[in-house]
Design a protein around this ligand. Structure first.
Ligand SMILES: C[S@@+](CC[C@H](N)C(=O)[O-])C[C@H]1O[C@@H](n2cnc3c(N)ncnc32)[C@H](O)[C@@H]1O
Length: 213
């Protein structure tokens, strides 16, 4: 990981637990969409868990699933760990996964039915998107989904707020940027995943469901 910030918002903390105001707003709507799609007993690998708020919201709504959080940022992993007591055995110990590392998927402790990644691909170089897609192609079983949540561009139909956010990101780092959905889809297609569903979410965000046939 570089020494660049891992988020661009004012977070607060209580002990190791970090609080993201954005995640507080989006975790409920995300859980409403994702939780019903996970079958009892299934395990989801989350990439870039951040504070852990979204993981907790989803497993609070799907009481019979397992959740494997991960983040390359140690403070984020420490924050996620503060939730383990609230969901013992179902919320697994967070892993240190950086999807730009070669073959990052090769040494994981178990298999996963689905994957989830929120707000990472715009605040990381495109190599992270490529690594995420490659890993999803390697890890997911037939019928497995990876859900991407966050802002996306839709060509001429892009939301102005996302175009403005894109400019702000690029000022920070020219390798960052809100991704065009038409840029993202072929990268996953090359890894063997089809775009199954695009769901509009509050504040011009979307959930993109990519499925292994
Ligand atoms: C804006 S935060 C989003 C956190 C959380 N998913 C959310 O939506 O609140 C971006 C996260 O991506 C993680 N990240 C950045 N580069 C990464 C990489 N190469 N592999 C995995 N995670 C990465 C950061 O550590 C950070 O936790």
């Amino acid at each position: 990981m570089s020494d660049k910030p891992v988020h661009l918002e004012d977070r607060t903390s209580e002990g190791a637990r970090l609080f993201s105001p954005t995640a507080a707003r989006n975790c409920g709507p995300i859980a409403d969409i994702i939780a019903p799609q996970i079958k009892p007993g299934q395990c989801v690998l989350e990439i870039a868990s951040g504070t852990g708020q979204q993981a907790m919201a989803i497993i609070d709504k799907a009481l019979d699933i397992y959740w494997q959080p991960s983040d390359p940022d140690a403070a984020s992993r420490a924050s996620v760990k503060t939730y383990i007591e609230a969901a013992p055995l179902r919320l697994l110990d967070p892993l240190n996964i950086d999807v730009t590392q070669p073959n990052w998927w090769a040494a994981l402790p178990r298999t996963y039915d689905h994957m989830f990644c929120a707000n990472m691909i715009h605040i990381a170089p495109a190599a992270a998107l490529h690594g995420l897609a490659k890993g999803a192609g390697e890890l997911l079983p037939p019928g497995g989904n990876i859900w991407l949540y966050g802002p996306f561009l839709f060509g001429d139909d892009s939301a102005q707020s996302n175009l403005t956010f894109n400019d702000r990101l690029k000022q920070r780092d020219p390798a960052w940027g809100v991704r065009e959905l038409d840029f993202v889809k072929p990268i996953f297609a090359n890894a063997g995943l089809d775009c199954d569903r695009v769901t509009a979410m509050p504040a011009n965000n979307h959930i993109i469901c990519l499925k292994k046939p």
